[in-house]
Write a protein that binds this ligand. Structure first.
Ligand code: SF4
Ligand code: SF4
Ligand code: SF4
Length: 310
């Protein structure tokens, strides 16, 4: 029996999360909906729990290995030590350490696989697109003209552009989709020693995150999952003790960036409608008045001509 790509990814996703989760929620419905954006039927993603991340960076090396990227030693000639996402780094662990002594936290940054991705909405040639089944947002070299709009439109500052070379690429996490197609889990989730990052269907991950919140009241910031509704919902979701904003996850509200932009565009057009109508009216008045003048002049000419002939 042939297995479809969707079934394959869904199966890996299901086996990629702790067994306890699968047991506790049974067969998940993959047709949930956030406030304004439909969730792809086989949406998969990552759950990162900053509270149990020990900052070992094993996920960084595994990501580089999975994506066959050369070591990024530009910041440190001896070690692979990128300090942010860049053209060679799709996944990074950062440290938030406030000076006032309040709790520090690691944070993993990679593509959020937004339900309504601004990078794809802003791309004029659909070089970035969201898979309608798995929801994975990927980049296609053949469609890309190198305009770099995606590096500006992404509210998480994720896509990075290669500045060197004749055929530069846009790099970002694609949820290791080539590994998923081979029946493997994403590289980062394969090596994490604490289970701080796990892979699975979005509904399962959300349920797992909510269980963690329920089991340890008062532990997590605002007792909420970042990405459930934020920015219209994302497929990489987060738990943290520290305010999400401090970890570089902006508070964008439940409306996605493309939806917000569309609303403002509509409003702008609305405000432009009245001046445009006035302008059209004015042009009509001027035209009529000119016509009247022309007619008058014509009649006057006719009159003058007649007089001259007399
Ligand atoms: S899913 Fe793959 S590409 Fe994305 S951060 Fe993990 S290892 Fe890197
Ligand atoms: S995080 Fe940025 S790059 Fe990733 S899907 Fe969302 S808008 Fe696109
Ligand atoms: S491998 Fe796991 S614990 Fe280590 S830095 Fe990455 S997410 Fe944190």
């Amino acid at each position: 029996m042939d297995i479809t790509r969707r079934e394959l990814i869904s199966t890996i996703a299901k086996t990629g999360v702790p067994a306890a989760v699968a047991v506790s929620i049974g067969a998940p419905s993959l047709h949930a909906e956030t406030e304004n954006i439909p969730v792809p039927s086989a949406a998969v993603g990552l759950l990162y729990d900053a509270s149990i991340c020990i900052g070992c960076k094993a996920c960084e090396s595994a990501c580089a290995e999975a994506n066959d990227t050369p070591p990024d030693t530009r910041g440190d000639a001896l070690h692979q030590a990128p300090n942010d996402l860049n053209d060679l780094t799709r996944n990074i662990i950062k440290l938030y350490k406030p000076e006032d002594g309040s709790p520090a936290s690691f944070v993993k940054r990679q593509c959020m696989h937004c339900l309504d991705p601004a990078c794809a909405a802003g791309c004029p040639f659909q070089a970035l697109h969201k898979d309608p089944e798995t929801g994975i947002v990927s980049w296609t070299a053949e469609e890309c003209i190198g305009c770099r709009y995606c590096t500006i439109t992404c509210p998480y500052h994720v896509p990075r552009f290669q500045w060197q070379g004749y055929n530069p690429r846009v790099t970002k996490c694609e949820l290791c989709s080539t590994r998923l197609e081979k029946g493997l889990r994403p590289g980062c989730t394969n090596v994490c020693p604490t289970g701080a990052v796990i892979f699975g269907p979005r509904t399962v991950l959300l349920e797992e995150a909510k269980q963690r919140i329920k089991k340890t009241p008062g532990k997590y910031y605002q007792e909420r999952v970042y990405g459930e509704f934020d920015n219209g919902g994302t497929q990489s979701i987060y738990l943290s003790r520290v305010a999400f904003g401090k970890l570089g996850l902006p508070e964008l509200g439940p409306e996605s960036v493309p939806a917000k932009t569309l609303r403002w565009q509509r409003r702008l057009y609305q405000y432009f409608a009245l001046p445009a109508l006035l302008y059209v009216g004015l042009v009509q008045v001027i035209r009529k008045s000119l016509k009247g003048h022309e007619q008058e002049a014509h009649e006057r000419e006719k009159e003058t001509g007649l007089r001259a002939q007399l």
